[in-house]
Design a protein around this ligand. Sequence first.
Ligand SMILES: *Cc1c(COP(=O)(O)O)cnc(C)c1O
Length: 316
Amino acid sequence: MTDIRDILDARRLIAPHLPETPLWSYPVLDAAVGAEVHVKHENVQPTGAFKVRGGIALLARMADRGRGVVTYSTGNHAQSVAYASRLYGVPCAVLMPENPNPAKVAAVEALGATVEIRGATMVEAAGHARDLAERTGRRLISPADEPDILAGVGTLYVELFTARPDLEAVFVPVGSGSGAAAACLAAAALAPGCRVIAVQSAQAPAAHDSWRLREPVTRPVKTVVEGLATGSAFALPQAVMRDGLADFVLVDDDDILRAQRLLLTEAHTLAEGAGAAALAGLLARREEFAGRTVAVVCTGGNAGPAELARLLASAV
Ligand SMILES: *Cc1c(COP(=O)(O)O)cnc(C)c1O
């Protein structure tokens, strides 16, 4: 099982490649929320999302990386693995299900990875990725059931808790749960007084329901929020979250859009939906956290053209 030593190891490995991300607060945002809110800005990562920490940590520690890698994802995980593969000169193939976002395909290809469109759903694309890995001898990288990804993502929380060991809570958006699980591990070691609170869209509640029921369940994916759109539970992050999370909040896609707008207007920050979900979770619990010192992780800023149009239309 991954622990804080693995996270500190990962920190050493990624330090030459990624500077620490900023942690800012905004008086107008504080006023709007009614708490002291610290925003961890992963939207400024070179790939526009926190996941790149996990990709670099995994590739840095892969002994036989010359054989290449295969993964499956529609978005930020693909860019993370493609970015890390370029860094280490590793051949990288990404399987995406049909009708991918063209901007995301272009971003992955621009990093030098090859994109193959296979299957109607992510589950089918994952199957094709497994076949390709078997046929070619490349290493298959799971989006979340990877200890090195968990360790790499944990570096975000080492930065956060080193800067603010006094935090009373941190809100973390969940798709697979690797980010929230990493937060649990880092908080236990560095900020035991800080409650880790996960947030997911009520329109895709598989991770939330699995956590509540303490057993893996699948749920329909109806959210428009990429990054949170996972229909089943991932074993490794669920095992860590089981006892590590203080709470798990469900918010509607509309609440996420509102939080996105708040970040835009009060924190001059362009967050993609998943990147605003933590703030939406805090807003859902604003009475409980009134006057408290809390952090929200703005996990990413990769809003596509349709999402940008929706966000701006909602702002007028
Ligand atoms: C992947 C992603 C999430 C969810 O993270 P998990 O580790 O899969 O739970 C949240 N926000 C953004 C921007 C993401 O790309």
